[in-house]
Design a protein around this ligand. Structure first.
Ligand code: ZN
Ligand code: ZN
Length: 303
């Protein structure tokens, strides 16, 4: 999995940072979390192909997180998209898009599956495929906001071909049965246990996307044990009162949440435009959580 921040500025874009959007790229497809104004341009810069976008997840209806949505949906229509698209978000997003469609501002001519979620009490699956699922739960912001967690399902263990050959197992259907965890009996009567030729299941990777929010126990629950937590860090700690009033976190608070969630790494993002130099935000977070990365537009993070 690869994570590409497409926008890392809070509230409004700057010349160096666009507003919120993050791509998660997997084999043959990618997912988009938030879609601030100008995300289409960032998608081009990141060389992502919109026809391979399979789902969009919107956190909340503040403009810096969704003002690019209708433009992106329109462009995909102009580009004659045929592939179905899933759109997950908070209540209101369907009415917003339907209103634009009624006013003939937006025209979507491909299958669009809009899923609104409100008042989820626990972490709930909102989108899934054979390989992974995305779960959501509300965060603690000024308006209703969803945080998301993308988690790959465990993959079967590695098949040890050399060992299988050495044991004299005939190539073919038996390999598949062993790979699926079955034991097989050979023609000579020997029983081969699956674990003799198949390694232990490989755990999937997980990423949590947590913005905008105050520091919140629900975020810890959502992001527990992830390989990468993407958490907003709008302010430095001397602005903790403003952060709380506006429903945001400081960099030190983001670090604390990453630690409590037992995340492997933290990516801080959503920086206030008051910081021309985001170094102090990075320093603050790293002091509390050394495995911190500082988000920059279009950087690529391998997970
Ligand atoms: Zn925001
Ligand atoms: Zn917001």
């Amino acid at each position: 999995m690869k994570v590409i921040p497409l926008g890392t500025s809070s509230g409004k874009p700057t010349l160096r940072r666009n507003v919120s959007a993050t791509a998660v790229v997997r084999d043959g497809e990618w997912l988009l979390f938030d879609c601030g104004e100008g995300t289409q341009t960032q998608i081009s810069r990141a060389k992502l192909n919109p026809s391979k976008l399979t789902a969009i997840f919107i956190t909340h209806l503040h403009g810096d997180h969704f003002n690019g949505l209708s433009g992106l949906l329109s462009t995909m229509g102009l580009d004659r998209r045929v592939r179905a698209l899933t759109l997950v978000g908070p209540p209101g997003i369907r009415e917003y898009l339907e209103t634009l469609a009624r006013l003939k501002i937006l025209y979507v001519n491909y299958p669009l599956d809009v899923r609104e979620f409100a008042a989820l009490k626990a972490v709930t699956t909102v989108y899934e495929t054979d390989d992974y699922f995305v779960a959501a739960r509300p965060l603690d912001h000024r308006i209703f906001t969803l945080g998301y967690r993308l988690e790959e399902r465990p993959r079967p263990g590695r098949f040890d071909l050399e060992r299988a050959r050495a044991l004299g197992i005939p190539e073919g259907p038996m390999y598949r049965r062993l790979q699926l965890g079955e034991d097989v009996q050979l023609d000579d009567g020997r029983l081969i246990r699956s674990h003799e030729v198949v390694g232990p299941p490989r755990p999937g990777k997980a990423v949590a996307y947590c913005t905008d929010t105050r520091p919140f126990a629900g975020t810890v629950e959502l992001a527990r044990g992830v390989d990468l937590i993407i958490h907003e860090a709008t302010y430095t700690d001397d602005m903790a009162y403003e952060a709380r009033d506006y429903g945001h976190s400081t960099a030190a608070q983001a670090a604390q949440i990453a630690g409590e969630a037992n995340a492997q790494r933290l990516l801080i993002t959503h920086f206030s435009t008051r910081y021309a130099d985001v170094g102090p935000l990075y320093d603050e977070a790293r002091a509390a959580f050394p495995e911190t990365l500082l988000a920059q537009d279009l950087m690529e993070i391998e997970v």
